[in-house]
Design a protein around this ligand. Structure first.
Ligand SMILES: Cc1cc2nc3c(=O)[nH]c(=O)nc-3n(C[C@H](O)[C@H](O)[C@H](O)COP(=O)(O)OP(=O)(O)OC[C@H]3O[C@@H](n4cnc5c(N)ncnc54)[C@H](O)[C@@H]3O)c2cc1C
Length: 318
């Protein structure tokens, strides 16, 4: 028995876009490398339709956690499950929770943990990983001997493997992890009412060029019209114009949307480090020399106070 495990991120029952890409890769990889199949783990209930549509998915295991996961006693139960299932490769998309789970599993299973993986391919005596380093400014290609590993995919992970045709009918099971006796959750503040930034398909970001927090209504209106999440540059959150969880960049959230619209943001290297996984970047800036234009797919040289209302009107009229 030789299986791959994929840990997926689920929000409100929906599998996150980046996890879906990891699942598609696992399905193709399992087929190509002759694995028995893919076992999917998640911390919430999910719709199985997305899994049914993929080849080689054997099982969805819902992990029930009554408290905090980060504890070796709690994770020992997950470890036994993984060992029983004959799992030799573990894949996930980087997240705070999974990074700590993976660190434990890597030590306990003696599987090397490779982080920030952008590409993965088989080589004769092991596997080759292309990793994103220096906040996305360079790639490092590393080869790991053997076929046991844990790979933490970066949000910009991509693969040319063709998706195998055919469906799956995965079975559904669950495991309950014990209560963490060392630390407890005192209070939980879920963020509601907004689209989570790390997994948003469209993001509208604003920088100091917006001049004042009251002008953010333009960014919010555009985001609402596009079904997008809102983001900002670091100085904007430092000035408390916007909440810190919206700050993207080297020291903030890393995003990889299909479309990122940057309004009044200069495009400093530290900002780019968090947004260079975006598939298409639109930059609106009144300075034609703004560095962001060099990284844009589409650039609008103009005043945000003129461009944004016109863009919004245009979208509303369609
Ligand atoms: C260690 C370190 C870590 C950092 N981490 C981050 C990070 O994670 N994320 C991050 O964002 N920054 C980070 N920074 C800060 C970064 O270097 C830049 O200072 C910051 O990104 C600039 O923010 P900004 O583009 O909003 O502001 P500015 O640099 O002030 O740029 C504002 C832009 O708006 C344009 N503009 C002005 N008025 C208008 C208008 N009316 N219409 C259209 N355009 C207009 C200007 O031409 C300018 O390009 C970090 C810095 C350091 C030293």
């Amino acid at each position: 028995m030789k299986n791959i495990a994929v840990f997926i991120d689920i929000k409100n029952g929906q599998i996150a876009e980046s996890s879906l890409r990891a699942l598609e890769f696992a399905s193709a990889w399992s087929n190509q490398q002759g694995f028995d199949g893919v076992i999917v783990y998640g911390f919430e209930k999910t719709q199985l339709e997305a899994l049914n549509a993929l080849n080689s998915i054997k099982e969805y295991v819902q992990i029930e956690v009554p408290g905090l996961v980060q504890n070796s006693q709690v994770l020992a139960v997950l470890l036994s499950h993984i060992q029983e299932k004959g799992i030799s490769q573990i894949l996930y998309v980087k997240s705070l929770l999974m990074d700590s789970v993976a660190a434990y599993l890597s030590g306990a299973l003696a599987f090397p943990l490779i982080s920030n993986v952008k590409e993965l391919e088989k080589v004769s005596n092991g596997n080759r990983f292309t990793k994103s380093i220096f906040s996305g400014k360079a790639n490092l290609v590393t080869e790991v001997a053997g076929d046991n590993f844990i790979a933490a995919f970066s949000k910009s992970f991509s693969s040319n493997l063709a998706l195998p045709s055919g469906n799956s009918s995965p079975s559904l099971s669950s495991i309950s992890l014990p209560l963490n006796s060392q630390s407890t959750i005192v209070e939980n503040y879920p963020l509601t009412g907004s689209i989570p930034l790390p997994d948003a398909a469209v993001v509208v970001g604003g920088g100091r060029g917006l001049k004042d927090p009251s002008n953010w209504v333009m960014v919010e209106d555009l985001a609402k019209e596009l079904g997008a999440a809102t983001a900002c540059s670091k100085p904007v959150s430092d000035l408390n114009w916007r909440p810190h969880h919206e700050h993207v960049g080297q020291t903030g959230v890393k995003i990889a949307p299909k479309l990122y619209i940057a309004c009044g943001i200069s495009g400093a290297i530290q900002h780019l480090a968090g947004v260079n996984g975006s598939r298409k970047i639109v930059v609106i800036n009144n300075d034609p020399e703004a560095p962001f234009f060099k990284h844009a797919d589409y650039g609008i040289v103009g005043d945000v106070f003129d461009v944004l209302p016109r863009l919004l009107n245009k979208l509303k009229s369609h």
